[in-house]
Every structure is written in structure tokens, then in C-alpha cells.
Write a protein that binds this ligand. Structure first.
Ligand SMILES: [Zn+2]
Length: 414
């Protein structure tokens, strides 16, 4: 890589800071809550136009709908937008997967719908950090790489998915199928508010328990009834007792629905809980505990107890492979005078799924921001440029062979 080209690329990014902000405002002002199909489609169309940087080849991948257990105990189906995939220089043996989501947690009914410049260096708005800011960082970084010919000896694929905020159930298979084709992955989730990157992530899964009992008149036939609400409560309070039985294990019973008039024994109750855990062993432990709990529950005459869900995002430990990427990122950042430090978190993202599918990755290369998933969400404007530079540096280094240790054949666990 030519040193002058690199300097010119960074200068070009700096002069584009306000263009990045303008693009981000346009992108974030279009609602794309995970359940807002029309909004997702509008953003997908917008991205298709805006992201189509020559000579990328776009694939618009239709995704299956998301199936959810509804509060009435049956299944509801929610349609989602397409996954967008662009392949750049696809015949190059060095290949990086760069991924981020284009949905947000803000539905159409949420009061937070538009961006506001809070200070010169802060932009508030829905998804400005998580993760539309990451999409803008990525797009400008790729433009700089191509414009200044900084990554001619590596190829990369961009994957934007529409359902990360609801667990990526629809796009998971696409990610699983792609994982083996790349040396490593970079995801543009925001870094932590103090600038730290995420190393280890816990695993997470959502579960829904559906209890079918038997309805009866609470006065005349109480003993004929099988109280689904009482059964659900006893099962959930047992599960709550498992908190802390394994290191780092948390179980949050988050929602309970059931029953009606209090003179009727309720025949249906639905409970929902989220589990976070540290490792594969805890996942196996939990599965066994849940299986045996449900088996016992179903032995009770007159009840039918169902459990839906799984640990959809397995824990993402630090491996020898991910350590190599961390070192590569640290070296690249140092060159730019940027500091990198690392922290574990209980939060999950698609980085968990890709790692579990065999693609080592680092997932917090997006901009700095805070207040995620709330009406206080903001992004640091200057970090849009800084993170674009970092991505340019990483990819141009990888392209020039200076991050050889990140090639898949060398990223073996030792
Ligand atoms: Zn996110």
C-alpha cells in the first residue's frame, strides 16, 4: 500500500464527516423497527442504492418469517425484510466478512423517531449508534479503500440483516451458510461508551413456557380444574432459584400472561424468560435441568406443559483465533494513534452466532455511542471518521499481507 494513498484516504474521510452525518440522519429517520416490514423494505431499498459501490455485486436474499409463541399460546408469524449481501473482489483468496444489522428496537409506535444534533460532536437518534452508524462507517471505509486502491489483494463481503434486534432467527441460516467462506469476521456493533471493545460475550436465549390446564367454576367445581396460572408460577419460581447456580448464570423471568375472571380456574398461562450464561457446559447443564423440569411437570394429571426456545446465541469465548484478530486490531489502531482496550459483556449480537458457526470475529468496530435501546441513544460524530479509518487500516493491512496471521489456514487453535 502506498503511504501517500493511505494519507489521502484518511484526509478524504475527514473531509466527509458531515456527509456521513447527513447520510446517517437520513438512514436513522427512516424507521426500521424489527417488526416494521414496510420500514425495513424502505431501508433495504435505500441501502441498495446508497451502498452499491462499484464494483460490488448485490444479492438481495429473501428470508423466512419469524415464528413466535403468542400470548394466547399459539404461533404468530412476522414477516421480515431481506438480507443484503454485496461481494467485493470475490475471487481473492483472502476474504473478510463484514456484517451489521439494519433493524432497530424502535417500532413505529415508539416516540423516538428522528435525529437531533445534541452538540457538535453528538448526534441523537434512533439507531444512530446501534447500528446505523456502523453501516455509515462501513460504507465510507469501503469507498475510501476502493477510491485509493488500498485493498486490491483482499476480497470482502458485506452482509446487512434485518432482524438482529429480535434474535436473527430469520437470518441465522444465511450467516451459518456463509461462515466457512471467510478468514475472519468484523461486525460494526457500537463499541462501549468508554471506547472499549468487546472480547468475551455471554450466551443468551429466550424461552416461552405454555401451560395448558383445565377450566372449571372456582366455586362449584374447583377440584375439577387444573390451574395453569398456579402451575406456571411454581415452575417459574423454581427456575428463578437456578440463578447463580453456575458461574455467570442469570435467568430473568420477564413476562407472565394468563387467567381471566377470578371465579374461573384458568386453563392457559404463558411465561417468558431470558437466560444468560458463560459457556457451553452451562448451556448443556441448563438444557438438562429444563428437560427434567418439564418432564416432571407433564406427569401431573390434567396439565400439558410446553417449552419453546433455546440458547440461540451461544457464548462467545476468547479463543486463540479471536486473540489473533484482537492483536491485529490493536496494531492497526496503534498506527492511527487510537487506543484499544477490551471488556467482557453479558450482551449478545450476531458475533456470537458467527463464532459458534466457526467464523472467528470481533464485533464492536462500530462508532462510539450510548443510551442504546432508549430515547437517549446518541453517537459521537467524530467516531464515525475514526472508526472508518480503523476499518480502512485493518483491511489494507490484511490485503498487503501484514496481518498474515489472520488468514484462516493460520488461524488455527494452538
Ligand atoms: Zn446492534
Amino acid at each position: 500500500m502506498n503511504a501517500q494513498d493511505r494519507t489521502d484516504a484518511f484526509a478524504w474521510l475527514e473531509t466527509n464527516q458531515e456527509n456521513m452525518v447527513a447520510d446517517l440522519i437520513e438512514l436513522a429517520n427512516q424507521n426500521s423497527g424489527s417488526d416494521n416490514l414496510n420500514g425495513l423494505l424502505a431501508v433495504a431499498d435505500w441501502l441498495e442504492d446508497w451502498f452499491g459501490i462499484h464494483p460490488a455485486v448485490l444479492h438481495r436474499i429473501p428470508l423466512p418469517p419469524r415464528r413466535m409463541v403468542a400470548d394466547h399460546g399459539g404461533t404468530t408469524i412476522v414477516e421480515t425484510g431481506p438480507a443484503l449481501r454485496w461481494d467485493f473482489q470475490p475471487n481473492n483468496p483472502r476474504r473478510v466478512l463484514i456484517a451489521i444489522h439494519y433493524d432497530t428496537v424502535y417500532g413505529l409506535d415508539h416516540p423516538f423517531q428522528t435525529c437531533h444534533r445534541l452538540t457538535n460532536d453528538r448526534l441523537g437518534g434512533p439507531g444512530v449508534a446501534d447500528a446505523k452508524g456502523g453501516i455509515v462507517v462501513l460504507r465510507y471505509a469501503l469507498q475510501a479503500l476502493l477510491r485509493f486502491s488500498l485493498a486490491n489483494d483482499c476480497g470482502w463481503t458485506v452482509l446487512l440483516n434485518p432482524d438482529e434486534e429480535v434474535g436473527s432467527n430469520s437470518s441465522n441460516q444465511v450467516m451459518q451458510d456463509m461462515a466457512a467462506d471467510f478468514d475472519f469476521g468484523l461486525l460494526l456493533e457500537p463499541c462501549l461508551p468508554n471506547g472499549e471493545f468487546v472480547s468475551h460475550r455471554k450466551g443468551s436465549g429466550n424461552f416461552t413456557m405454555v401451560i395448558h390446564g383445565r377450566s372449571a367454576h372456582a366455586g362449584r367445581d374447583f377440584h375439577q380444574g387444573r390451574n395453569a396460572v398456579a402451575k406456571l408460577c411454581s415452575l417459574l419460581s423454581e427456575i428463578d432459584q437456578w440463578n447463580g447456580l453456575r458461574s455467570g448464570l442469570t435467568i430473568n423471568v420477564g413476562r407472565v400472561v394468563g387467567g381471566g375472571p377470578v371465579n374461573v380456574v384458568p386453563d392457559l398461562a404463558v411465561g417468558r424468560f431470558n437466560v444468560r450464561l458463560e459457556d457451553k457446559e452451562s448451556e448443556i447443564w441448563l438444557e438438562q435441568k429444563l428437560q427434567s423440569l418439564m418432564a416432571t411437570a407433564n406427569q401431573a394429571e390434567g396439565f400439558r406443559c410446553e417449552l419453546h426456545g433455546n440458547i440461540s446465541s451461544p457464548a462467545k469465548p476468547i479463543t486463540d483465533q479471536s486473540k489473533q484478530i484482537m492483536i491485529g486490531i490493536e496494531e492497526s489502531a496503534r498506527e492511527l494513534g487510537q487506543v484499544v482496550s477490551w471488556r467482557s459483556t453479558g450482551g449478545v449480537c450476531d458475533g456470537n452466532k458467527l463464532a459458534a458457526a466457526g467464523l472467528p470475529n470481533i464485533d464492536t468496530l462500530g462508532p462510539l455511542g450510548d443510551g442504546l435501546h432508549s430515547a437517549q441513544e446518541w453517537v459521537q460524530v467524530s467516531s464515525l471518521v475514526a472508526k472508518s479509518k480503523l476499518l480502512v487500516e485493518i483491511l489494507s493491512r490484511f490485503s498487503s499481507g501484514r496481518l498474515e496471521s489472520l488468514e484462516r489456514s493460520k488461524l488455527t487453535n494452538t
